[in-house]
Design a protein around this ligand. Structure first.
Ligand SMILES: CC(C)(COP(=O)(O)OP(=O)(O)OC[C@H]1O[C@@H](n2cnc3c(N)ncnc32)[C@H](O)[C@@H]1OP(=O)(O)O)[C@@H](O)C(=O)NCCC(=O)NCCS
Length: 169
């Protein structure tokens, strides 16, 4: 999974107003998702083409979170056999702490379950307290650790592998 630099601490979101909602993303949303991804992961930007390719594979899906019609965040996930994976998740800095992250993870869980996943996995950097807290709150548990998985300006940092089990629901 792409990874921010533990930079989840942001002021309450003011991107748009009104209730936060989710909608499925399609091929025409690739540019928008790329813009959000680049705002969240400036050191590891993905092109719209690579997002379209990832999201267009069998078993893959993407969701957008919107507040008052304004984009707030996205999640990209896939299911292969019975295993689901959250590939990328990001909420625009100005929209954080507004519930988009939680809604997107819940949407990914629901989407993966609908595609037959019995478990959903993800990787998160050990120093990303915001994302770790979000995943824990959504029912993920740490099941492994990959030392030196992510690059940081001052070295490398481990990824935690987290798992959500549909059986525990
Ligand atoms: C992680 C991220 C997606 C959270 O999105 P968000 O919209 O701010 O999340 P929500 O508002 O839905 O918050 C849900 C829960 O997440 C946790 N959380 C979110 N931001 C947090 C922060 N800065 N510090 C601690 N916990 C945080 C809390 O448990 C929060 O519940 P609470 O509001 O009841 O305390 C967002 O910070 C982000 O895009 N970060 C950069 C990209 C990234 O790290 N992606 C994940 C890679 S694995």
């Amino acid at each position: 999974m792409t990874e921010g630099q533990g930079n989840g601490a942001a002021a309450p979101g003011n991107a748009g107003s009104g209730p936060m909602e989710l909608r499925p993303a399609g091929p025409l949303d690739s540019e928008l998702i790329a813009a959000i991804q680049q705002a969240c992961f400036p050191d590891d930007p993905w092109s719209a083409d690579s997002i379209a390719t990832l999201a267009g594979q069998p078993g893959s899906f993407a969701l957008l979170a919107l507040r008052g019609g304004e984009p707030a965040g996205f999640v990209l996930a896939r299911v292969a056999a019975e295993d689901g994976e959250i590939i990328a998740l990001g909420v625009l800095p100005e929209a954080r702490r507004g519930g988009a992250g939680g809604l997107l993870v819940e949407g990914a869980i629901e989407g993966a379950g609908g595609l037959g996943a019995t478990a959903l996995f993800l990787e998160v950097a050990e120093d990303n307290d915001a994302a770790r807290s979000l995943y824990k709150r959504c029912g993920f548990f740490s099941v492994g650790r990959r030392p030196g998985y992510y690059k940081r300006p001052d070295g490398r940092i481990a990824a935690l592998v987290m798992r959500y089990s549909f059986a525990c629901k």
